[in-house]
Design a protein around this ligand. Structure first.
Ligand SMILES: C[S@@+](CC[C@H](N)C(=O)[O-])C[C@H]1O[C@@H](n2cnc3c(N)ncnc32)[C@H](O)[C@@H]1O
Length: 233
């Protein structure tokens, strides 16, 4: 089986330049699940979040760069009142997450897209629509000349903030001290956001938080993750 060009095009865009791998191997079983579920829970490029059949009124929480979907499953299980939006550009990640969400019996409260977060937030999410956003271990792009590829940039931070409700949150994690400080410095300087730990601070790890694949990878390499928590004024 192969996903048709027409099917894939619903989740691709050329308007905004983004970096990072988009494609990779997907098994026939995963393709079958994508074909079954994306027409139901997908957020295709020509629709806004409001047009995807999410019930009105419940808190909408987004995870950007969900990787294999384990943290998204954790959020769905631990917050049965939340509607979740998962954003991940890597197709094999989307495929794994769809399988895990279906197996966990939580998939119908989730909307999923392979479009980049910059596109989704700009074109598909309204101002003040989100209760919160999680970003765990975004790509570090370690070389200085690639820092402009990092997800958290000044403009992106302002965009993210504009999509949060007053009182809404952004929670981030990184196992790379240089990236953690980069994100903190940009978000601390973003108008409308307050760092829960105080300026320059990091918060404690949430006790019930599962270790994501990249947190575990960092630990194996001897790195301790750092956590950030912001509230929109
Ligand atoms: C280092 S991995 C972390 C995965 C997972 N959050 C974890 O902690 O294990 C970063 C993820 O962000 C995704 N990503 C990178 N740029 C993105 C973008 N612009 N929008 C959405 N996802 C993105 C990558 O495909 C990758 O899966």
């Amino acid at each position: 089986m192969r996903l048709s060009r027409e099917f894939r095009d619903q989740f691709s865009q050329r308007e905004l330049r983004t970096h990072g791998r988009k494609n990779g191997f997907v098994t026939a079983g995963q393709e079958a699940r994508l074909l079954k579920w994306l027409p139901v829970i997908g957020l295709p490029r020509d629709r806004c979040l409001d047009q995807t059949g999410l019930p009105d009124g419940a808190p909408v929480v987004m995870e950007i760069g969900f990787g294999n979907g384990d943290f998204l499953v954790h959020l769905a299980r631990t917050h049965p009142d939340w509607l979740l939006v998962g954003v991940e550009i890597y197709l094999p990640g989307v495929a794994k997450a769809v399988g895990r969400l279906e197996d966990a019996g939580v998939i119908e409260r989730v909307r999923i897209t392979q479009l980049p977060a910059q596109y989704v937030l700009t074109h598909q999410v309204s101002e003040g629509q989100l209760e919160g956003v999680y970003i765990n271990h975004p790509d570090p792009w370690p070389k200085a000349r690639h820092h402009k590829r990092r997800l958290i940039q000044k403009d992106f931070a302002a965009l993210l903030t504009s999509r949060l409700k007053p009182g809404g949150f952004i929670r981030l994690a990184s196992d790379k001290p240089d990236l953690a400080e980069w994100m903190r410095d940009i978000l601390d300087a973003t108008p409308g956001l307050t760092n829960v730990a105080g300026p320059g601070g990091f918060v404690e790890r949430e006790p019930d938080r599962p270790k994501t694949k990249f947190e575990q990878r960092g630990e194996r390499a001897g790195r301790i993750s750092q956590f950030l928590h912001y509230i929109r004024d």
